[in-house]
Design a protein around this ligand. Structure first.
Ligand SMILES: Cc1cc2nc3c(=O)[nH]c(=O)nc-3n(C[C@H](O)[C@H](O)[C@H](O)COP(=O)(O)OP(=O)(O)OC[C@H]3O[C@@H](n4cnc5c(N)ncnc54)[C@H](O)[C@@H]3O)c2cc1C
Length: 412
């Protein structure tokens, strides 16, 4: 009998799974269902579109013919409502019931709304989909002032969009530095200066107590917990993701702030796999469960899940992720899990050059590089090899880091 594979979500995790499934199972029935109105596009590039630097066309990755050519059935604008693991079926919002032998849940997340008054006002934008990018671009092109909230990797995209669109923006941060769990104040200062250079003013010890609106319900200002008022024509909020896991209710699939999967992307329920941003996966490098929200990691998880859906436990997810920012004159890259660990080492080399490594049990588990990305491959390799290097911080921080200068690896 022909195997039937169903994938929920056509982001990079779902789409790469479809591609691998077709390679590994040439005769299988493969269905991809997405509630978005467009097939896979490059989520990483939608910020360049919102900046006004890229037209729509290059952002699209697959058109519908990509699915036809691979004999993959694609359902756009279709929201999956629930999963019945006993019957091995899913149900769509139109009431269609689809059978599966193996199911992949790759539904990602939805941006979290600020739990404050008027956080759903017109002009308060969240940033996840191409449609969000179109809306942000429209606001940025017609407004003069913006407020940005969320001191992380997505918030800085909103700040960069403001800068590129000549908006005067206030970037409201709760703490005293941007991405304070991954960078020290010294490192963050490089980012703060870069923001100021493009007309985005970081405001520390701030945040949003509530938004004010006009009579039409459009945002006019953000008021922070100190009572300071920041006028704006629009606001961009990027404070995190809520994983799209409602469809797993009642399925018995184990969740723990994300869908728990092993290193094969297998969930706790037979024949249900998960991949991408929404997983809490067993990280074979860390030796514990971890999470990661990045394009490369989601793509690899989709590929690994597909291989295991065809041939159980045949492939393992073992991956050091990277996430780069290209908004400023200097490059920025974070890798692995820079916000965890029990030790760290950092060094600032100049006004635009900085490095920090997060260590756990003496091993590199993540890091941030600003200005000079040359040592990234060596650091990532050490992380993947799980090499104990925490006792050689001076060597690690040498400007021209050479892994050959590290003392030979000890047997463990
Ligand atoms: C603006 C922006 C910039 C980014 N920049 C970078 C970057 O520079 N580098 C990097 O590594 N990462 C970046 N990321 C993160 C990266 O894009 C994500 O980690 C990655 O896209 C996650 O892919 P995914 O397939 O897991 O989920 P998603 O891309 O979120 O895809 C999930 C899909 O499932 C659909 N869906 C959800 N629920 C249902 C349902 N019930 N029925 C049907 N369909 C459903 C959703 O609509 C969505 O299309 C960025 C993200 C954004 C938003």
């Amino acid at each position: 009998m022909t195997e039937s594979y169903v994938i929920i979500g056509d982001g990079i995790a779902g789409s790469s799974a479809a591609e691998t499934l077709r390679e590994e199972a040439p005769d299988a029935d493969i269905t991809v269902i997405t509630d978005e109105g467009e097939a896979l596009y490059n989520r990483i590039l939608i910020k360049e579109f919102a900046k006004g630097k890229l037209p729509e066309a290059p952002i699209s990755i697959h058109d519908e013919s990509w699915y036809d050519e691979r004999d993959v059935e694609l359902s756009l604008n279709t929201h999956v409502k629930n999963i019945d693991p006993d019957a091995h079926t899913i149900e769509t919002h139109q009431g269609d019931v689809i059978d599966y032998d193996k199911l992949l849940v790759a539904t990602g997340g939805t941006p979290t709304q600020l739990p404050v008054e008027n956080s759903d006002a017109e002009g308060v934008h969240h940033f996840w989909t191409f449609q969000d990018a179109r809306n942000i671009k429209e606001s940025a092109e017609s407004g003069d002032k913006a407020v940005i909230v969320g001191a992380g990797l997505l918030g800085i995209d909103l700040a960069a969009i403001s800068g590129a669109q000549d908006i005067e923006a206030k970037y409201l941060m709760r703490g005293n530095a941007w991405w304070r769990y991954a960078l020290s104040e010294e490192g963050a200062e490089i980012m703060h200066n870069a923001m100021r250079d493009i007309g985005v003013e970081p405001v520390f010890g701030s945040g949003v107590d509530h938004f004010e609106t006009d009579d039409d319900g459009h945002v006019t200002a953000a008021v922070d917990p100190n009572g300071d008022r920041f006028e704006c024509d629009w606001a961009g909020v990027a404070i995190g993701l809520n994983f799209n896991t409602e469809i797993l209710q009642g399925t018995g699939v184990k969740q723990d702030d994300g869908v728990v999967v092993d290193q094969h992307m297998q969930s706790s329920v037979d024949d249900i796999y998960a991949a991408g941003d929404l997983t809490r996966f067993y990280d074979t490098i860390l030796g514990e469960y971890g999470q990661n929200g990045s394009w490369g990691s989601a793509k690899e998880q989709g590929t690994i899940a597909a291989k295991n859906m065809v041939d159980p436990e045949s492939a393992e997810f073992r991956w050091v992720s990277s996430y780069s920012i290209t908004h400023f004159d200097f490059p920025f890259l974070s890798f692995g899990h820079p916000t965890i660990g029990d030790d760290e080492v950092e060094k600032k080399y100049s006004d635009t050059e900085y490095r920090r490594l997060a260590l756990k049990d003496g091993k590199i588990v993540g890091g941030v590089l600003i200005g000079d990305l040359a040592p990234q491959s060596a650091y990532k390799r050490l992380m993947k090899e799980e090499r104990v290097v925490g006792d050689q911080k001076d060597v690690l921080m040498q400007k021209k880091f050479d892994p050959d200068e590290l003392a030979p690896a000890q047997e463990q």
